[in-house]
Design a protein around this ligand. Structure first.
Ligand SMILES: *Cc1c(COP(=O)(O)O)cnc(C)c1O
Length: 422
């Protein structure tokens, strides 16, 4: 069956025809047949250079031979045990070695579980209830954080079904705004358990922190006994070996990881200083558990992936990111269009706005109809980017020079089409 027919069929059995809202776009999404390296192939016989990469995890590209080999060997030995394995220690050691704030690790199944558990831990540690999150920040789909969340085709509103009693303890402020943090802490600092943030916002496009902003957050949270949580589900192992905390030289108390950590398999983790981590059951009494926690298949994929990520790797993908951003900027200048190229390292996005983008409000000024036209042109040209303005494009090791060139040609055509429509 072709994608169009599959989507018809899917809608009968899966809400909206998909298993995660961002995957649905008009008129219908392509259905995947297979993927390899930087390419994804659909059931209609078309192939695309993939900048979605399953929304970030696949830094080594799809179906990396070494990952496949190690995972296949693991599966033959069993796929879940319900007892500990040596590989969990090995992966935890690697995380501790790479990530500055990491002293111990709890492996879970998703980024969502990681942030949920990190927030519970911060509340237990401080004995306080309130948490602060930034407008447009996405920390997964659980109740504590599903308030003015990023991610999703619609820019994601709040959700019905989330109890007010839960979200009344979630305080929202704009990103990159020191005054907003100072005012809030001045008023209710003693009730705040944690500030949770994406150090580089990756679920409303891509917004880096202003110079000194993360340092500011670190300082003010220390002064007020507030737990600082970096949600590095995207940035962890992507912008540097030790994630954003290494890249910016700011060490949080807790970090949440996911995506790349699982090497293309479902996985998340929560990590941080010992004094926090030892509060988790069974060494402490903060409850956290999961049937598939530390799953041997995910752990194997994660281990194999992380072992491949060295300084050269980061040099290469970050260079590619810089190259893409500067070339897209040149295209915009040549065509006399004042849209905004954003991103950092191997993450990039184009906002269809003439405003500088430093927070959620700025990002929302982007014209999503123009984005849709751009997306459609790229797709027709064989380039797949996430179908929403409020997502971020990712580069893998397998995005070769010639593919980047082909992509830039499609980007130019996309911007020309947008210009024509104005
Ligand atoms: C993807 C993401 C999550 C949620 O991870 P899942 O594995 O999808 O549950 C949390 N935080 C950030 C920053 C993310 O990008």
């Amino acid at each position: 069956m072709k994608s169009e027919d599959l989507f018809q069929e899917a809608q009968k059995f899966l809400p909206g025809g998909v298993d995660s809202p961002v995957r649905a776009y008009k008129p219908y999404p392509f259905f995947a047949d297979r993927a390899e390296g930087s390419k994804i192939y659909d059931v209609d016989g078309k192939s695309y250079i993939d900048y979605c990469l399953a929304y970030g995890p696949l830094v080594l590209g799809h179906a990396h031979p070494q990952v496949i080999k190690e995972v296949s060997e693991q599966i033959k030995k069993g796929s879940a045990y319900g007892v500990p394995t040596e590989k969990e220690i090995e992966l935890a050691k690697l995380v501790v070695e790479k990530v500055p704030c990491a002293e111990m690790v709890r492996f879970v199944n998703s980024g969502t579980e990681a942030t949920m558990s990190a927030i519970r831990l911060a509340r237990a540690f401080t004995g306080r209830q309130k948490i602060v999150k930034f407008e447009g920040a996405y920390h997964g789909a659980h109740d504590y954080v599903l308030v003015k969340s990023g991610s999703g085709a619609m820019g994601m509103p709040d959700s019905p079904g989330v109890p007010e009693d839960t979200t009344k303890n979630t305080i929202l402020i704009p990103f990159n705004d020191e005054e907003a943090v100072r005012n809030l802490i001045g008023k209710e600092g003693e009730d705040i358990a944690a500030i949770i943030l994406e150090p580089v916002m990756g679920n409303i496009g891509c917004i880096p922190p202003k110079n000194g902003y993360l340092e500011f957050l670190r300082e003010i949270t220390i002064k007020n006994d507030i737990v600082l949580i970096f949600d590095e589900v995207i940035t962890g192992f992507r912008i540097a070996e030790g994630g954003a905390q290494e890249y910016f030289g700011v060490t949080p108390d807790l970090v949440t990881l996911g995506k790349i950590l699982g090497g293309g398999f479902p996985m998340g983790a929560l990590s941080g200083k010992k004094e926090f981590m030892e509060m988790i059951a069974p060494s402490g009494d903060v409850y956290q558990a999961g049937t598939f926690n530390g799953n041997p298949v995910s752990v194997t994929a994660g281990l194999t992936t992380l072992k491949n990520l060295d300084q050269n790797f980061y040099q290469e993908i970050n260079d590619k990111g810089n190259y893409m951003r500067s070339e897209i900027q040149k295209i915009l200048e040549d065509l006399d269009m004042d849209f905004k190229v954003a991103g950092l390292g191997s993450m990039f996005q184009l906002y269809f706005t003439d405003k500088e983008v430093w927070n959620y409000e700025d990002a929302k000024s982007s014209n999503t109809e123009k984005f849709a036209e751009y997306f459609r042109t790229l797709l027709d040209a064989g380039v797949f980017i996430p179908p929403s303005q409020f997502e971020c494009c990712f580069i893998s090791l397998m995005h070769r020079e010639s593919y980047l060139q082909k992509t830039l040609e499609a980007v130019e055509e996309g911007i020309r089409n947008v210009k024509k429509a104005i």
